[in-house]
Ligand binder design. Structure first.
Ligand code: A3P
Length: 320
């Protein structure tokens, strides 16, 4: 224990040294500025988590790492992956997903790493991270473990992020950050794990280079035909549905159990609190729709985001 504490103290000392040199960005109404580290903006809490994970996390070849920028469908991807991987142990009436929040069954590398850094016990070999591809612990890329990435139309991601943050700020009796200012910061790339487009592009390029190791998903396509993508996911992570399972409708049952309607109406997700600073679970289930940005952004704001998206993604072969 004392060695762990000493390591922790060392880490926080070197962390203080590191952060004092980093560029600072608008903190969206929070007390601590965003810090720019290797091209991406991070809150200091998450940056500390990234650095510890980089130092400590030992990936194994059988691991599955779920990657995403915030508010792009992480919770949904976690639940689908978890339900798919545990389907021989649980069904849609016994799954831990009925009583636990998806974030509590799939650990988050930046915040939960302390729990598995020394005594690796993930239960199932699945964990999630918001880290950019270039920041992933070296063992993740070296071990050849599988990565699943999900992204989303930046207009919906921004709206989801802004409303998530505002709700949290209200619950903490903080002044909420202004929508126009948040929009400006998002366009400039200053937000959790931003610039959003760079995050997506890194994984997109890596998925083209290593299609057998990285599955690249879009929220919109998954909403369109979730069953198709769950089958693809199952195949990619090495547990394809058998024809018997297909006949029994197992993929359909998983999709139904993990649907927004079902998860958002569970007691745990309506009234429970998440381990991170008492965040309400309900905050992770807002609307779950494609195109809700229309209710929040002016046509000018939407055009500006589309323009940035076009510029940034130009020549990549990716559209969002
Ligand atoms: P909205 O704010 O647009 O509703 P993340 O999980 O990465 O934090 O992303 C949150 C977004 O995913 C929110 O989008 C949330 O409502 C949506 N979401 C959560 N669970 C979902 C599910 N089971 N199916 C579809 N979307 C879901």
């Amino acid at each position: 224990i004392s060695t762990e504490k000493e390591n922790g103290d060392l880490l926080s000392k070197s962390f203080q040294d590191i952060i004092s040199t980093l560029p600072k960005g608008n903190p969206w109404g929070f007390p601590d500025h965003f810090l720019q580290y290797h091209g991406f903006w991070h809150s200091s809490v998450f940056l500390q988590g990234i650095l510890s994970a980089q130092q400590q996390f030992q990936a194994q070849p059988a691991d599955i790492i779920l990657c995403s920028a915030p508010k792009t469908g992480t919770t949904w991807l976690k639940s689908l992956t978890y339900a798919t991987i545990t389907r021989t142990s649980y069904d849609d009436s016994t799954s831990p997903l009925l009583s636990k929040m998806p974030h509590d069954v799939v650990p988050f590398m930046e915040l939960d790493h302390a729990h598995f850094s020394t005594h690796r016990d993930l239960g199932i070999p699945v964990l999630a991270t918001h880290m950019p591809y270039s920041a992933l612990p070296k063992s993740v890329t070296d071990s050849g473990c599988k990565i699943v990435y999900i992204c989303r139309d930046p207009k919906d991601s921004f709206v989801s992020l802004y409303l998530f943050v505002s709700k949290y700020q209200k619950s903490e009796n903080m002044q909420t950050f202004n929508l126009d200012e948040a929009f400006e910061q998002f366009c400039q790339g200053v937000c959790w794990y931003g610039p959003y487009w760079d995050h997506v592009l890194e994984f997109w390029k890596a998925s083209l280079e290593h299609p057998d190791k990285i599955l690249f998903l879009k929220y919109e396509e998954m909403s369109d035909d979730t069953i198709l993508y769950v089958k693809r996911l199952a195949e990619f992570i090495g547990c394809p549905f058998s024809s018997e399972e297909e006949e029994k409708g197992v993929p359909e049952k998983i999709v139904k159990m993990c649907s927004f309607e079902n998860l958002s109406n569970l007691e745990v997700n309506k009234n429970g609190k998440h381990r991170v600073r008492g965040m309400e679970n309900a905050n992770y289930f807002r609307k779950g729709k494609v195109g809700d940005w229309e209710n929040w952004l002016t046509p000018e704001m939407a055009a500006r985001l589309d323009q940035i998206t076009m510029q940034k993604l130009s020549g990549s072969g990716l559209t969002l």
